[in-house]
Design a protein around this ligand. Sequence first.
Ligand code: SF4
Length: 375
Amino acid sequence: MSEQKRALYNLDRAELQTLLASWGEPTFRADQVWEWLYRHLVTDFEAMHNLPRALRARLAAHFTIEGARPRAERSSSDGYTRKWLLELADGEHVEAVLMEYERRRTACISVQVGCAFACAFCATGQMGLIRNLSAGEIVAQVLHIEREVRALEKTSGERALTNIVFMGMGEPLSNYANVLKAVRILNDEAGFRMGARRMTLSTVGLVPAIRRLAHEPLQVNLAISLHAPTDELRTSLVPINAQYPIRELMKAVRYYLEHTGRRVTFEYAMIAGVNDDESLAEALAQLLSGLLVHVNLIPLNPVPGSPWQGSDRRQVEAFAAVLRRHRLPVTVRVRRGIDIAAGCGQLYAPTGRQGRRIVPVRERTGTYVASRTTG
Ligand code: SF4
């Protein structure tokens, strides 16, 4: 019986309203349930005190509230980062991370079990893609972290998280519909109320999805994982570049900028002796010249099995100096949570299944071919 129940977090507010209307409930009932879910974060229908007992029972008979059960937790030695291994309904796992800064509290959320894109420096990419997460499974990670923070601070009602980045396991724009639905649920003003400008979607450079995102009526931020300014180097680090080379990617970024007017962030993982030469900083500056962009430089985090090291501080600063000379806004990102493998590219969850990898072959249709397997 319980396997047939649906996850309530998968419904947006309009869908919940439609459902409850079809059950003959007055329209305000959906708002009451929504508030219990996204303001009070309850996980038990019995806690929804202002609902009639019969409605609580009917909801409990058809839906579950839980979407991600914590199976392990680690905290970094500096106390600023916490990471959870979360179990999903089918027994698969993802990781989710909380990062504390002076004025921000950011949740880093996964969107897939594994990832198909096999970036050379990324632990998640070694898994291959097991499956997409549903919108509800994405939302459930955020709510789990929010509950943890509130419990620690003994607060209730006021939202504790200030930002959400969809930069955990998986490629957000390759799970487009579910990720955007999760963004809309979290953004809903009657519920969790996370401002769209406080949410960031990252992409490895999926050109059609970037163009599509340009037309979404949401002020969400976009971050491009670039990591190299030339095709040969980028393809060696980010294989999907063979499908969508830098020229195509930059055309899509320009299109996005023209349609949204919103600044685009470029992420650049700095790998010692691989992509951190100042000549590459010059090439990057040329590539981004005149565009409304921000560059984040992130010294590569260690990943088991990878021979690469992050660039040292001096080289990162030299690289940043070149970009600044070209008047590009640059931030050197502080490394956080490395000791608990919670940094960029380090997330990984054990699975008994083999994931699919995307072979970047351009077919006539321009679609991906997923045929190779990991392992
Ligand atoms: S960096 Fe992102 S897109 Fe690349 S393999 Fe890792 S999770 Fe996937």
